[in-house]
Design a protein around this ligand. Sequence first.
Ligand code: ASP
Length: 313
Amino acid sequence: MSKDERSPLAGRHVLSVGQFDRELLGTVFGRAREMRRMVESVGGGRALADRVLTCLFYEPSTRTSSSFLAAMQRLGGRVIPINGVQFSSVGKGESLPDTVRTLGQYSDAIVLRHPEEGAVALAAEYSPVPIINAGDGVGEHPTQALLDLFTIQEELGQLDGLTVAMVGDLRYGRTVHSLTKLLLLYDVRLRFVSPDTLRLPMALRNQAEAAGRSIRETHDLSEVVREADVLYATRIQRERFSDTAAYEQVRGQYLVDLLLLRQAKERMVVMHPLPRVDELAPEVDTDPRAAYFRQVRNGMLVRMALLTLVLGQ
Ligand code: ASP
């Protein structure tokens, strides 16, 4: 993008993948590739040298928070990290609107993770600076979906024409919700593998059907593994269950291991938003199809791209 052309995301909140179309995704991915070349050749740049980002996390995070931090640092920017909200004024009962109104006085954007669906939209109403959704409860995780889609594109060289199988907790897994919505922009076949109680939310199933995509739901992973170009495994979201018994009933039902992958295509990718618990065997890590740590790396590059588009020119 030339310097005088304004970014379509400049100064805007990033709350949902619904804001992205194929063209905008192409812009983000092109920028992420530029970031890759820059990081690999000189480590980083100064595009955000005068910018400050707040990372406000009301839920645990390793990759999302540290990759936003790394992204800012590699672009010369600075970060106010607030990870233990119990140590901030939130612990004194401060409301989310007051917290973001305050942090917006110090920083140029706020990356926000919150346990309640819709909290980021509320924050956006009050924040004087862009809010970037880093996960709102069981709702969405748009920046994860951007990096997931980018990973598929980079690994397989295409998005149209693929069969994507998602397995695990499709009900509470916000990464699945966001990725499914983005994939509907492409000509893909979607396979959803979960226990009955953890099926994809009805609204999303309807959306996928309305988009005219080939969809199949099953309990049986071995039914879809052969046709999958992408196998996207997810953790059962323990923290979303109100009682331990219900969690215990569904945990450990699926395992992606080398035995399962014997049935899979030679050219396919295994992805996972991480953290993994017991659904993805460590023995898979050395299989060339295991893309999840490359996916982690892409997370930083895509977030660098997004930050330059929201905060830069
Ligand atoms: N890290 C992802 C998320 O925050 C996936 C997970 O926690 O299972 O949604």
